[in-house]
Design a protein. Structure first.
Length: 66
């Protein structure tokens, strides 16, 4: 699972594929991801979440370069 963040601390956002201060929709996406990956625990969950965010970032980059 991602590290807990304060309201003003930038965090890796799966919804936007970016690193920013997350809002409600961002946190909802993170929670949805966590609820669909309950079989993962601790470091495995964190790593899988960060991999999903990185994949989203790369997808966004590829789309913007077309």
């Amino acid at each position: 699972m991602p590290q807990a963040a304060t309201a003003t601390q930038p965090t890796m956002c799966l919804l936007h594929g970016d690193f920013h201060v997350m809002e409600q929709a961002c946190w909802s996406t993170t929670l949805d991801w966590q609820l669909t990956h309950t079989h993962l625990e601790g470091a495995a969950a964190r790593d899988a979440y960060l991999t999903a965010v990185e994949r989203r970032m790369l997808d966004n980059l590829a789309r913007s370069s077309r």
